[in-house]
Design a protein around this ligand. Structure first.
Ligand code: TYC
Length: 101
């Protein structure tokens, strides 16, 4: 095959193999204890204490904070796990997802 054929096929393959990423967003509320939010972030998103505290405080001060980006399925699963952890403990903690532009 010619050089330009190879390049066209390479480009097409790369495009189909790169799925759109989705943001997991932590939403602030007035009831969930700060330490609980930090613990959930560490458990579900595998961030360390320092990163977890910063994410929690950003949501606390600004209303929301992007926690991480994943493929759609993983983002939705992690958001549910975080929201369910709050629900199980009687807190209105909420995570949402949103596709990246
Ligand atoms: N605002 C909560 C409080 O003052 C703490 C909190 C932070 C809750 C971030 C949710 O996403 C959140 N106890």
């Amino acid at each position: 095959v010619s050089d330009s054929d190879t390049r066209l096929r390479t480009k097409a393959r790369r495009k189909t193999q790169r799925p759109k990423l989705h943001k997991v967003i932590l939403v602030n509320d007035d009831f969930t204890p700060r330490e609980f939010v930090v613990a959930v972030l560490k458990a579900v998103f595998r961030v360390n204490e320092d990163q977890s505290y910063r994410i929690m405080m950003t949501a606390h001060r600004r209303g929301v904070c992007v926690v991480a980006v994943y493929t759609k399925d993983v983002a939705e699963t992690k958001a549910s796990e975080g929201t369910e952890a709050g629900k199980a403990a009687g807190y209105p903690l909420m995570f949402t997802t949103e596709p990246e532009e």
